[in-house]
Design a protein around this ligand. Structure first.
Ligand code: AMP
Length: 424
């Protein structure tokens, strides 16, 4: 089989790794890929968002399946284009990808489907937004409706801060087009959980639940980032919680998408806030695999994922299990560059020991190989160091130990990934 993975971060390296592990005979392409995917297949120098060029490359290389990593090409309609070309593709269409690309759309779908979510109102004009905020309970949350690379949601402790955030987005265009429409919503108490499901629009299978760590600093302090680490499975995701999430979140959402004649196929990622009474509230949906959650979710699956991708892409899916079987636990620690997330320093040479142990997987995220073949820092999140072990505690220790052995000038990482699970 010939598979093209679209994207070039740690998530895509992990996807290539999983496809390769399922069947080493699979011919892999990545667009644009990174030095990690280059060890498993052929990198094509095409931007993930270049829908035309990716469609052409899929045809030229006669690929049997395209797996799309990031949200931007999905929101730009890559899957629609590939389907029109007769090319099996794993991921939602542009219309279905609105579940991530527009929070206003998502709120409307959730309301229609009666899915638990924070009460909210959507605005494009400043005055009604400020009026709503003036009457709102504190704390409250202001969100840009569009894709804002993780910067779109602002938890505000006061109405004054919320009003300022609304002004920045609606009046000053602080987040560009993404913030021309905003959602003002109530603050929810609870614990967050990343729950991902594979779906063909009707049937669904859960992947092991994960928890990521958005803040830069240990103890969940400092600025928000794309994610500094993740672990799976999460004991908070009991069979009872998964049953509720299936019945109260996923099934009604998928039914509403079918009712709108835009069925959702691919991986649906729910960012849930599990309330103290166990109700799974939807904070957001993502229309793709999480990064870095993928780097822990795929390594602990005890069955292959390729057949699911192919089945969903070709509308022949027979899911079997309700939850994909898992063995053991995994923790991934992100090695970031000094200055991340604001201004990461690039260029440092990376020393990566050949042998870090058979249970350690190093996924490349922001790396490049220079003309001499030296591996160098090329982005804020540089490497994702995943360790597998029987328990989260052991996996966390093994991930930390491996991180210590990888060297580059300015290396920054958290030593407490998985702390919530260890406390439980
Ligand atoms: P989102 O992009 O909507 O997932 O929001 C980013 C982060 O902001 C979430 O992971 C939560 O930590 C926080 N957040 C968003 N909405 C709420 C809410 N209604 N109540 C509490 N925290 C929230």
């Amino acid at each position: 089989m010939r598979v093209l993975v679209v994207g070039g971060g740690g998530r895509e390296h992990a996807l290539c790794w999983a496809l390769h592990t399922d069947d080493p005979r699979t011919t892999l392409f990545a667009a644009p890929g990174n030095p990690g995917t280059a060890t498993l297949g052929t990198n094509l120098p095409i931007a993930a968002t270049d829908v035309d060029a990716i469609t052409r490359a899929a045809r030229e290389h006669r690929v049997d399946l395209v797996v799309v990593g990031p949200e931007a090409p999905l929101a730009a309609g890559l899957v629609d284009r590939l389907q029109a070309d007769g090319r099996p593709a794993f991921g939602p269409t542009q219309a279905a990808a609105q579940l991530e690309a527009s929070k206003a759309f998502t709120k409307a779908v959730l309301a229609q489907a009666r899915v638990p979510t924070a009460p909210s109102h959507t605005f494009t004009a400043l005055t009604p937004a400020l009026n709503d905020i003036a009457r709102h309970a504190e704390p409250l949350v202001v969100k840009a409706s569009g894709l804002a690379a993780g910067k779109g949601a602002v938890v505000c402790s006061t109405r004054a801060e919320a009003a300022e955030t609304a002004r920045a987005m609606l009046e000053r265009g602080a987040l560009g087009d993404a913030g021309r429409e905003i959602v003002v919503e109530a603050f929810l108490e609870g614990e967050e959980l990343s729950l991902l499901a594979l779906t063909d629009g009707e049937q669904l299978v859960f992947l092991p639940a994960a928890q990521d760590h958005k803040r830069l600093g240990e103890g969940d302090t400092g600025p928000n980032t794309g994610g500094m680490g993740a672990y799976a499975p999460v004991s908070l995701a009991t069979p009872a919680l998964l049953a509720r999430a299936r019945r109260e979140v996923f099934e009604p959402t998928l039914a509403e998408m079918r009712r709108r004649a835009t069925p959702y196929r691919g991986v649906l990622y729910a960012g849930l806030m599990v309330a103290p009474d166990g109700t799974p509230f939807v904070l957001e949906f993502n229309c793709r695999f999480g990064d870095p959650e993928t780097q822990v979710v795929l390594p602990i699956l005890s069955t292959g994922i390729t057949e699911h991708f192919l089945g969903i892409a070709t509308n022949t899916w027979k899911p079997g299990d309700a939850v994909l079987p898992v063995s053991g636990a995994a923790v991934t620690t992100v090695l970031a560059a000094r200055g991340y997330p604001d201004a990461p320093e690039k260029g440092a040479a990376i020393t990566l020991p050949d042998e870090l142990g058979s249970d350690v997987l190093v996924f490349h995220a922001g790396t490049t190989r220079d003309a001499e073949g030296t591996l160098r820092v090329a982005g804020g999140r540089v490497l994702n160091v995943t360790a597998r072990a029987p328990t989260v505690r052991e996996a966390a220790a093994a991930s930390r130990a491996a991180c210590e052995r990888i060297a580059f000038e300015g290396k920054v990482y958290r030593r407490d990934i998985g702390w919530r699970e260890l406390r439980r």
